[in-house]
Ligand binder design. Structure first.
Ligand code: NIG
Ligand code: FE
Length: 416
């Protein structure tokens, strides 16, 4: 079996390598190789560069040559750093009620909201949840997403959160893409819990956290910091316990009211996600930290709310990733590229900022150092779009989907 493969010629090979992690990016900064090639060695990239030069290297290595017949633009495999694709049921009714002017409280009273999804997810088997994740991750894969973060958070008891995280682990074994699991047991206080917020979080930390370690289910802990969910007083001790046990922290922060991003900074979280309600004060604090700010335009589109102030975050010197937040409540669409491009139009982001938000900067939001850019020793995860210029990809707002998706050195999706 040939160990090496050379793919090319590629009209524009955009490696995303060498771009700064923080601050504004201009399109002129994008590293583009014209008439490029990618030489893979097993799951990894051996080298990238000029196709004609690589042909010589390839012949000395006896590489398989995979010649592309027409114009292609190549980008690193996209990374969706925030999803809730482990769920059962639909919240189409919430969506209709919201659009007819019903408030969050009215919807919750009518049986909607997160708790509705908890009820449906608890009623589903681990196997059913696993199938749902596989179906949704494969939809993402066709759109070029080769790494997907997936949260629990619709179980809200030790047993049910474990069911979700085990379903995510099972799905990961049956997918081409990589799933990165996160425990979001602190999504809301379960309505059937006999105790207060702190008692619930104490139980999760003392009973669930050790099993997460034992079964290697996740090394990431998330929480929804909001008036309707958990307060600073509740969540800081919970995060401290998680940190003591070696977990990384991420926060659902500043979605409707500011507050969560401050906690993210205090506990040195890896990312603060949402930030639709962040003011200049939060933006400055985030920009001065090492935290990756994650915009979730799918939630703004789903809820009809303001977008995350992405332009201000970048201009203040922050690091910005963009994710889909795919979930049945606030972000039912799940099309990352479409959403990132729409965020770009409303927030006046350069194409470089949009693309970095779902590649190199996204990798940092999950602390993944082996992907998000095309360079030697990186995973050979990339997508090829049938066009001659990367501008077309952003301009078509997700309508132009990849013709080919490569994952760990193999073609895993070919457009018909
Ligand atoms: O990221 N904000 C909290 N959690 C999800 C929504 C979950 C739901 O409504 O089911 C979010 O938007
Ligand atoms: Fe979310």
């Amino acid at each position: 079996m040939t160990k090496y493969k050379l793919i090319g010629p590629i009209t524009q090979l955009i490696s995303m390598d060498g771009l700064s992690l923080k601050g504004a990016l201009k399109d002129e900064e994008l590293p583009i190789i014209h008439n490029g090639g990618i030489l893979t060695e097993g799951e990894h990239i051996h080298s990238i560069g000029d196709y004609t030069n690589l042909l010589e290297v390839a012949s000395s290595l006896d590489a398989e040559i995979i010649e592309l017949p027409s114009n292609y633009v190549c980008l690193p495999g996209f990374i969706d750093v925030h999803t809730h694709i482990c769920f059962s049921g639909s919240r189409a009714n919430d969506y209709a009620m919201r659009n007819s002017g019903k408030s969050y409280l009215e919807i919750a009273k009518a049986g909607g909201g997160i708790w509705d999804t908890v009820t449906n997810t608890r009623a589903a088997s681990q196997e059913e949840l696993c199938h749902g994740i596989i179906k949704r991750a494969n939809h993402l894969l066709k759109n070029g997403i080769t790494t997907v973060e997936v949260k629990s958070g619709y179980g809200l008891s030790v047993k049910e959160e474990l069911k979700m995280l085990r379903a995510i682990k099972d799905a990961n074994l049956n997918l081409e893409s990589d799933l990165i699991p996160t425990c979001l047991a602190a999504h809301m206080l379960p309505k059937d819990y006999d105790g207060n917020h702190q008692e619930y979080l104490d139980e999760i930390a003392s009973t669930l956290f050790p099993v997460l370690k034992e079964e290697n289910l996740t090394n990431r802990i998330d929480a929804f910091v909001e008036q309707s969910a958990f307060s600073k007083e509740d969540i800081e001790p919970y995060f401290e316990k998680a940190i003591e046990m070696g977990f990384d922290i991420t926060v659902h922060a500043d979605q409707f009211t500011p507050g969560g991003s401050d906690i993210a900074v205090n506990v040195n979280a890896v990312s603060a996600d949402h930030l639709e309600a962040s003011t200049d004060t939060e933006i400055k604090t985030l920009a001065e930290s090492n935290i990756i700010s994650v915009a979730l335009p799918g939630a703004s589109i789903g809820l009809g709310c303001d977008f995350t102030p992405a332009r201000k975050i970048l201009d203040a010197g922050g690091a910005l990733a963009i994710a889909s937040d795919w979930n049945p409540g606030s972000a039912p669409m799940g099309d990352l590229l479409t959403q990132a491009c729409i965020l770009g139009t409303f927030q006046k982001l350069s194409n470089a900022e949009v693309l970095a938000g779902i590649t190199s900067r996204a990798a940092a939001a999950l602390k993944l150092e082996d992907r998000g850019k095309l360079a030697p020793r990186m995973l050979a995860d990339f997508c090829l779009f049938s066009t001659d210029h990367y501008n077309e990809i952003v301009y078509q707002q997700g309508k132009l989907t990849p013709s080919l998706v490569w994952k760990r050195g193999d073609v895993v999706y070919t457009e018909n």
